[in-house]
Design a binder for this molecule. Structure first.
Ligand SMILES: Cc1cc2nc3c(=O)[nH]c(=O)nc-3n(C[C@H](O)[C@H](O)[C@H](O)COP(=O)(O)OP(=O)(O)OC[C@H]3O[C@@H](n4cnc5c(N)ncnc54)[C@H](O)[C@@H]3O)c2cc1C
Length: 453
């Protein structure tokens, strides 16, 4: 039994046990299906605290959950009966405007970082949601609104500070611990706790972005994917086929009925945006067109801090979307019994594709499209009812491509973790794991077992 008052003296940050006020709030993660009760939560104040939590978990043989933004689809940010190392109070950000770089502590969210960098007209690309932690998204890869122009988040990672399983604070970059640096860029939380990241910043001031709602027809879906692939790299898109949200800007007849919501982010010259976006707008009369010049940080819309979705979701890659597949997607979305069901299509390429596949642990560089199929349900009991619907539609969309993006994996077993890494990447990751975490202390994650022998 861990004594919280006794342990509190050992840490600079807050120590929260099951009897403390704020325990329920502190154990909550983003995905609503996870209701786990850790023995202890430490909100680390600095790298010293991080090292002490690691030592505590290691010495007492406790499961260790490492959490930055808490958005893991597998619920890896919280342990049942173990220790949670929560980095959310470590959110210092030091921007070098002249040098176009930033040191960011891992507890920052993508939205916080983007807002602060945006004040200087600068940005690093993260994902599509502001509340996602920079810790998890960076270590997984990071596919977002700048992916075609500037690549993945890891492509802008210049260095990281990491506390390893033996408590050492290491700097990993191209010169120092290069193997660790390679592994951190896509290998997830397997190698240590990242306390700080150094990112490259790009000039991204006003962009033309926002949602474009189009009628959900097979031709519109096919056309959107083709237009996204043909667009200049300055345009990254996320196309969702989903029921229209009951929002005032959407005519009522579309509420709850399938629509195509294309999230547009054009970071080229504002004056060119109409021309670049015309192929989408010409597909059909838009149902609602909210695409407009905005400061880049506004691409992250407001979020309800109490939103805790319960979803069955699966991810994969696809080569293209033809008319037959578009018809299937529409039929399945219309027939879904879930509270909300969506197919998300992200056309990749551009800067992401130009990085050699062995340069980072994110190796799926040549994939053309990333897809997610998700079904939202009212309670965790209803999750299993959606499994076959989600898996069935994913199989239609991916057409035999067995690859996966580690950042979107739920708790799906070893085969799916392996699907995130081609054989050579997997073997190299296992070697690096054996070097930095031979006893697999960091195992509550998309786990890469240490190479043996
Ligand atoms: C609503 C939503 C939208 C998303 N959109 C995108 C998107 O557009 N693009 C994209 O690429 N991904 C996206 N993701 C996936 C997201 O990148 C991953 O779930 C990511 O792991 C979340 O990071 P986190 O820090 O918030 O999560 P956490 O649950 O805190 O962390 C997830 C795991 O990462 C590891 N980890 C986190 N921080 C550290 C650290 N500092 N040191 C060591 N290990 C650590 C741990 O293993 C941890 O279990 C989205 C997820 C959600 C829920």
């Amino acid at each position: 039994m861990l004594s919280t008052p006794q342990l509190a003296d050992e840490f600079k940050g807050r120590v929260i046990g099951p009897d403390d006020s704020g325990y329920d709030e502190a154990r909550r993660v983003f995905m609503g299906a996870f209701d786990r009760r850790p023995a202890l939560i430490v909100r680390a104040a600095d790298a010293g605290d991080v090292a002490r939590v690691i030592a505590l978990a290691r010495d007492r043989g406790l499961e260790l959950a490492v959490r930055s933004g808490g958005h893991s689809s597998a619920g890896h940010g919280v342990s049942e009966g173990g220790v949670v190392l929560d980095l959310a109070d470590m959110r210092a950000l030091d921007i070098d405007v002249e040098g176009r770089t930033a040191w960011a502590e891992a507890g920052l969210t993508a939205g916080e970082y983007t807002t602060a960098a945006g004040e200087h007209g600068l940005a690093t690309g993260f994902g599509d949601t502001g509340s996602v932690g920079i810790g998890g998204i960076t270590l997984g890869g990071g596919v977002g609104f700048l992916v075609r122009k500037h690549g993945l988040t890891v492509d802008d990672l210049l260095a990281a500070e990491v506390v390893t399983a033996d408590g050492q604070l290491l700097r990993a970059d191209a010169e120092s611990h290069p193997d660790l640096f390679w592994a951190l860029r896509g290998g997830g939380g397997n190698f240590g706790v990242a306390t700080r990241f150094q990112f490259r910043l790009h000039e991204v001031g006003t962009i033309v972005g926002g949602p474009l709602f189009l009628p959900a027809t097979p031709d519109v879906i096919v056309g959107c994917v083709a237009a996204a692939a043909a667009a200049p790299e300055e345009l990254s898109t996320i196309v969702n086929v989903m029921p229209g949200p009951p929002m005032p800007f959407l005519p009522e007849e579309h509420h709850g009925r399938p629509v195509v919501m294309g999230l547009m982010a054009y970071c080229g010259a504002v004056g060119d945006a109409d021309r670049v976006l015309a192929p989408f707008r010409e597909l059909a009369e838009p149902v609602a067109d909210l695409v407009r010049p905005i400061p880049y940080p506004e691409i992250y819309g407001p979020e309800d801090p109490d939103y805790r979705p319960i979803a069955f979701a699966r991810t994969g890659f696809a080569d293209g979307v033809d008319r037959r597949l578009a018809e299937t997607i529409l039929e399945r979305i219309s027939a879904s019994t879930a509270m909300m069901a969506a197919t998300q299509i992200r056309v990749l390429g551009g800067a992401m594709e130009r990085v050699p596949s062995d340069a980072t642990a994110f190796a799926h560089r040549d994939k053309r499209i990333m897809v997610n199929v998700a079904a939202l349900v009212p309670s965790a009991d209803a999750l299993s009812q959606q499994e076959s619907w989600v898996a069935g539609l994913l199989a239609e969309v991916t057409q035999g491509d067995a690859g996966a993006y580690v950042g979107f994996l739920a708790d799906e077993g070893e085969d799916r973790i392996r699907a995130a890494y081609p054989e050579a990447t997997w073997n190299r990751l296992r070697q690096v794991k054996a070097q930095y975490d031979p006893d697999n202390l960091f195992r509550l994650n998309q786990n890469i077992p240490p190479a043996s022998g």
